[in-house]
Ligand binder design. Structure first.
Ligand SMILES: [Zn+2]
Length: 584
């Protein structure tokens, strides 16, 4: 139930309002942030004394794999993951298990304990949208949405080949509405299609088999369609050649493709009060940069290629990216990039799952362990941190582990400590293979991020980037009453004592969602209502009619009937459509 709360005397960090640790009160009425509460409202409000504590908006994860078919494959294929981490049923909560791929219940609880209130699923295959929504609906504690995988879609590639922009745009709009998804995800454009023939693409100008479209054409068209339709978020890109030595160059060149495309989100929503412009202007959101930033030419001369990308991003305004940090230990690698996971299987011999989702897209899953003693893994650890430390303007970057690819999201507090504490990085590097020192620049980087920077990287900027800052990632008047309170006193904070910092980030003192305390010192104390966001885009009827004739014609090859293709709203928890307005 949405609540009324007064949070008194905390040190508040609200970057979208340029509040940098000032002592102030935060008031929430009926689930929304308000300027003040009347005397009678105060009488009935819950009052939290946040003296000596850090207060931020609830955490926002803009890229995580938590629901859907490939996450479930990960759960099924590794029983060993389940006994490492489990929780018992309580009168309030379900039981749950799984360390890198937790059950939906445990995943929701773990996010909430860390102070997160919003999580976006990074890859929804169209034909698996119902399954993904079912799992999102069952995930407690957090508001959610999902990105639809469209980078190798047959209809889109056909329209691109024919140069029919209007039909392609109509198809994207229709697919978003049909599957109740939020934004466009593009994984290894042209390459995943080639994987159907056991191939990949190796350059941006290589046309793929049959459809004869190149990665350049797909990225160009999808970024233009994205802005033509007015999506809340930029095109979400997982670049070509991921995970291969030397891939940083193709990543940088991919980011150049939409450099002239202007971000034009056009969504009918009411905006919370913010001092800064809370709308995104970027046309591309690169995900898990670390995995797309490998240097060298082989595993023998492997090195960090991060600087080549961050130098480019520092000089441009159209790119935002998340890091894909590697905090060491167990991970489960899962992605729509089938060929990349096949290559990892050949390298490791680990158990491997590979799926094609009826030619709409594919995926690969593989259990993985990152070791400090492994030369390549130790460089990857350094690279993930380089991505965030080298980008000068924190409004261009977002902290993730591409959970569970670099490691589970439960390790975010560890990553935050490395960003804030030079000593934490030096202590870890001393335990790592020497490549982490020799083949990355991390050892020479002395930047220590502040709590304000962290608030940008973990709530304000993910929310702004994906177009959710009208209600998330800020404590401005009108925003959702989602707040995290950490037992961290910024005036006494000693980042050299990072163990304490990690503990306090792992279990928030209070996690508040819609004005209700839902987690307290690592305990779940209430199960809040949750919402699912999706983009509702209306294109001209004639465009949609012509496009649907093509789609229906092809449906005789699908395993289900056309009328069973859409995801009905009842599959969503509190469906919350956002009206998106295409250019006329
Ligand atoms: Zn991912």
């Amino acid at each position: 139930m949405a609540g009324t709360i007064a949070i008194k005397n905390g040190y508040v960090f609200d970057p979208l309002n340029e509040v940098k640790g000032e002592r102030m009160d935060v008031f929430i009425r009926d689930g929304k942030v308000v300027r003040e509460l009347s005397a009678s409202e105060m009488d009935n409000a819950k009052v939290i004394d946040a003296s000596g504590m850090t207060v931020m908006a609830g955490g926002v994860d803009s890229h995580s794999h938590v629901a859907g078919a490939k996450v479930n494959s990960g759960r099924l294929m590794r029983p060993e993951d389940h006994y490492k981490c489990y929780m018992k049923k309580t009168p309030l909560t379900h039981s749950g298990s799984g360390y890198t791929v937790p059950t939906v219940y445990l995943g929701g609880y773990e996010y909430s304990k860390m102070g997160y209130t919003t999580v976006f699923e990074a890859a929804v295959p169209p034909l698996e949208a119902r399954h993904t929504h079912e799992e999102m609906r069952a995930t407690p504690m957090v508001d959610m949405g999902g990105y639809l995988v469209l980078g190798n879609n047959w209809f889109l590639m056909r329209y691109m080949n024919e140069g029919d922009f209007d039909k392609a745009a109509a198809y994207v709009a229709w697919m978003m509405r049909t599957h109740k998804t939020y934004g466009i995800k593009c994984v290894n454009p042209a390459g995943v299609e080639n994987w159907g023939w056991g191939e990949n693409v190796s350059s941006l100008d290589q046309a793929n088999i049959h459809f004869e479209v190149t990665p350049t054409e797909i990225i160009k068209n999808l970024t233009e369609i994205n802005e033509h339709l007015g999506f809340p978020m930029p095109l979400h890109l997982h670049a070509n050649n991921l995970g291969h030595p030397g891939c940083w160059e193709i990543t940088r060149d991919s980011l150049k493709i939409p450099s002239n495309v202007k971000g034009k989100p056009n969504v009918d929503v009411e905006w919370a009060e913010t001092k800064m412009n809370a709308k995104r202007h970027e046309s591309v959101y690169l995900t898990h940069c670390q995995f797309n930033a490998f240097g060298g030419t082989s595993w023998r001369d492997f090195e960090s290629g991060v600087k080549g990308i961050t130098d480019y991003v520092n000089g441009k305004d159209h790119v935002v990216m998340d890091s894909g940090c590697v905090p060491f230990g167990d991970a489960t690698v899962m992605t729509g990039d089938g060929p990349a996971i096949h290559d990892l299987y050949v390298l490791t011999g680990n158990k491997w799952s590979n799926t094609d989702v009826e030619c709409e897209c594919g995926s690969g899953v593989l259990p993985f362990t990152y070791l400090k003693s492994n030369p390549v893994h130790s460089v990857q650890w350094a690279m993930g941190l380089e991505v965030l430390l080298y980008v000068k303007d924190p409004w261009k970057s977002i902290m993730t582990t591409d959970s569970p690819n670099g490691g589970p999201f439960t390790k975010y507090p560890l990553v935050m400590a490395w960003l804030m504490s030079l000593k934490a990085r030096q202590d870890t590097m001393a335990e790592c293979h020497k490549w982490s020192q020799d083949r990355s620049g991390l050892g020479g980087e002395e930047r220590e991020m502040s709590l304000y920077d962290l608030a940008i990287l973990t709530r304000a900027n993910p929310a702004r980037t994906i177009g959710m800052a009208y209600r998330k990632g800020t404590l401005g008047v009108g925003a959702d009453g989602d707040v995290s309170i950490y037992n961290i006193d910024p005036t006494k904070l000693d980042v050299n004592d990072y163990e304490g910092l990690i503990r306090n980030l792992q279990n928030s003192e209070y996690t508040i969602k819609d004005g209700e305390v839902v987690a307290r010192q690592g305990e779940i104390v209430a199960i809040p209502e949750k919402r699912t966001y999706y983009s509702d885009i209306k294109v001209p009827d004639a465009d949609e009619k012509h496009m649907l004739e093509d789609v229906k014609e092809w449906f005789r090859y699908y395993t289900l009937g056309f009328s069973n293709y859409p995801t009905p709203e009842r599959y969503l928890a509190n469906p919350t459509p956002m009206t998106v307005n295409p250019l006329r």
